[in-house]
Design a protein around this ligand. Structure first.
Ligand SMILES: Cc1ncc(COP(=O)(O)O)c(C=O)c1O
Length: 477
C-alpha cells in the first residue's frame, strides 16, 4: 500500500491562541511535525510561553493520528523546546526563544545606492532620518492624552480634507513665528508627509495644464519620480558654487527647490537668487514649490526665513514633521496661495482620507503646549554637537576632506578626492558602515563633476554615534 503522505507537503492552519501555519513535509509525519514546530519556535512565530493546542485537536487539524502529535510533543519536551505540566498543557519553553543571530558586517551595497541600509549594517550614516531614539515618547503621550480628552465627537468621524482646524490654527502661528511664513489656517492643507503633498500638488499642476517643472541638479529621485508619474517633465537647473541658478528659469510652470538648505549639497540659496526666483514666478505666472524639510535646524546664525514670505501668492510652502519629530508620523503641511488652497484640498478628496485626526490633534497640542519648541531646541543642540564632532574628527583624522555647505540640518557633504566615492562606499559597506555617495542624488541629466559622501549624522542613536563616527574616519581615503 502506498503511503498517502509520501512526498507530500501537508499544510494546516491551526489555532494556537493566534493562527499558526504548520507545514509538514515528507513521509515521516512525526519528524515533519517536530521540524515544523522547531522552525516556528526558532523564527519566533511561536513565542515563548505560548500554549499549544492539545494533541487531540492538533491531530484533528492536521488529519494525523493523535499519537503522532503526542510523540512529537514528548520528544520536543525532552529536547527542551516545549514544556508540559499537568493542568497547564504544553507550552513553548521560555528558554527556547530564538537566539539573536550574530551580527555580520553588511555585504557590499552598490555605491551610491539610495536604498535603506542592509539589516546587517553595524553603523548607519544614511541621510534623511532623525535620531529615532530621541522621539519624545513621554511628552507625546501626555499631549495625546490631553488631545484625546478634549477631542470633540466630530474628531472621530471623516474630517475636512484640509486637516483638523486645531492643527492648522496652531501651525499658522508657529510657521509665522518660527519660519516667517505668511499663513492662515484656511490656506493650510495637512498631508501625509511631503511626498503626499507633492503628489497632490503635481495633480493640481497637471490639471492646470502645466507640463514642465524645474528641479535642482541634486535632490531625491523619489520626488522627481512623483512629478514624472503625474505626467510632468522635469528639467534640472544648472548649479554653480553659489547654488542653484534660478536665473536660468524659463518656460517651466513651476520649480521645486530647497532654498533654506539645499538637499543634499547643503547650501542656502543667496538672497539675489531667491529674489530672481520670485521675479520669474511673477513674470511667468509660475509657482515656486518650497521644500523646507529641515528649516528648524540651523546652527551658525539666525535661520533664514522661508522664501514663501517674499510672495505668498507665488510660493507653495511645504513643511514636515519627518525631521523635527519622526518620519513615522507621516504628518506634513502645505501653505498655499489663496487661488490654490481649494484645488489642493479637492485633490485630496471629499474628506480627509490621508491623515488620522488623533495624530493631528496630538501634534496641535504638542505644538501649542510648547513641547515642540522644547524638543526642537534640544535636538538642535544635539545635532549641532554631532556636526561639530564630525568636523573636529575630520580635521584631526582626515584633514584633506572638506565639509561643504552651511552648518544646518541632519547631514553634511564630505568632498572626496576625484574617483574615490565608489570605493569608499564599498569599503564602508564591507566594514558594516552604511554610507551614501553624493552621486546617488545627482539628477540623471546633469554631468557628474564631483565625488562626495552625504553623511547623515542625525541618524544614529546617541549611544551609536561615537562608533559610527570612528568607523567613518577609518574608511576615508
Ligand atoms: C529633501 C527632502 N524633502 C522632504 C523630506 C520629507 O519627506 P516626508 O515628509 O515625506 O517624510 C525629506 C526627507 O527625507 C527630504 O530629504
Amino acid at each position: 500500500m502506498t503511503d498517502p503522505w509520501a512526498n507530500a507537503a501537508v499544510a494546516a492552519r491551526v489555532t494556537v491562541g493566534a493562527d499558526l501555519h504548520l507545514e509538514l513535509r515528507g513521509p515521516r509525519l512525526r519528524a515533519g511535525l517536530m521540524d515544523a514546530l522547531r522552525e516556528a519556535v526558532r523564527t519566533g512565530r511561536l513565542a515563548p510561553g505560548t500554549r499549544l493546542p492539545s494533541s487531540r485537536s492538533l491531530a484533528a487539524d492536521l488529519g494525523v493520528a493523535r499519537n503522532t502529535v503526542a510523540d512529537a510533543y514528548a520528544e520536543l519536551v525532552a529536547e527542551g523546546w516545549l514544556t508540559a505540566r499537568q493542568g497547564s498543557g504544553t507550552r513553548v519553553a521560555r528558554r527556547a526563544a530564538p537566539r539573536a543571530r550574530p551580527r555580520q558586517a553588511a555585504p557590499a551595497v552598490a555605491a551610491s545606492a539610495r536604498v535603506r541600509p542592509r539589516r546587517g549594517a553595524l553603523h548607519n550614516l544614511h541621510p534623511g532620518v532623525p535620531d529615532l531614539g530621541s522621539f519624545p515618547r513621554g511628552e507625546w503621550l501626555k499631549a495625546a492624552r490631553r488631545a484625546l480628552t478634549a477631542a470633540p465627537h466630530d474628531a472621530f468621524g471623516y474630517g475636512d480634507p484640509r486637516g483638523r482646524i486645531e492643527l492648522r490654527t496652531v501651525l499658522a502661528d508657529y510657521l509665522a513665528r518660527a519660519r516667517g511664513v505668511h499663513a492662515h489656517p484656511d490656506r493650510i492643507v495637512i498631508c501625509s508627509g511631503f511626498v503626499h503633498g507633492l503628489m497632490l500638488m503635481a495633480k493640481v499642476l497637471r490639471a492646470r495644464r502645466v507640463r514642465d517643472v524645474a528641479v535642482e541638479s541634486y535632490g531625491l529621485d523619489v520626488h522627481w519620480n512623483i512629478l514624472a508619474d503625474a505626467g510632468l517633465r522635469t528639467t534640472a537647473l544648472p548649479l554653480d558654487e553659489q547654488g542653484t541658478r534660478t536665473d536660468a528659469l524659463g518656460a517651466q510652470g513651476a520649480v521645486l527647490i530647497t532654498p533654506a538648505h539645499q538637499f543634499p549639497l547643503g547650501g542656502a540659496l543667496p538672497p539675489e537668487r531667491r529674489a530672481a526666483a520670485v521675479d520669474w514666478a511673477r513674470r511667468a505666472g509660475a509657482l515656486i514649490l518650497e521644500d523646507d524639510y529641515d528649516g528648524e535646524f540651523r546652527y551658525d546664525r539666525q535661520p533664514v526665513g522661508a522664501l514663501q514670505g517674499l510672495d505668498p501668492e507665488r510660493v507653495v510652502y511645504f513643511g514636515t514633521a519627518s525631521k523635527s519629530l519622526t518620519p513615522g508620523l507621516r504628518l506634513a503641511w502645505m501653505v498655499l496661495p489663496e487661488a490654490l488652497a481649494g484645488e489642493v484640498a479637492e485633490a485630496k478628496g471629499p474628506v480627509d482620507w490621508a491623515s488620522g485626526a488623533l495624530d493631528q490633534l496630538t501634534l496641535a497640542e504638542f505644538v501649542s503646549s510648547g513641547a515642540y519648541d522644547r524638543h526642537v531646541r534640544s535636538m538642535r543642540l544635539r545635532y549641532r554637537r554631532r556636526r561639530d564632532q564630525l568636523v573636529a574628527a575630520l580635521a584631526e583624522r582626515a584633514p584633506h576632506i572638506e565639509v561643504s555647505g552651511i552648518a544646518a540640518g541632519l547631514h553634511a557633504v564630505l568632498e572626496l578626492p576625484p574617483g574615490t566615492e565608489r570605493s569608499v562606499v564599498q569599503a564602508a559597506a564591507w566594514q558594516g558602515l552604511a554610507l551614501q555617495g553624493l552621486d546617488g542624488f545627482r539628477n540623471p541629466h546633469v554631468q557628474r563633476t564631483r565625488d562626495g559622501l552625504v553623511v547623515g549624522y542625525g541618524t544614529p542613536t546617541d549611544s551609536a554615534w561615537a562608533g559610527a563616527l570612528d568607523a567613518l574616519c577609518r574608511v576615508l581615503p
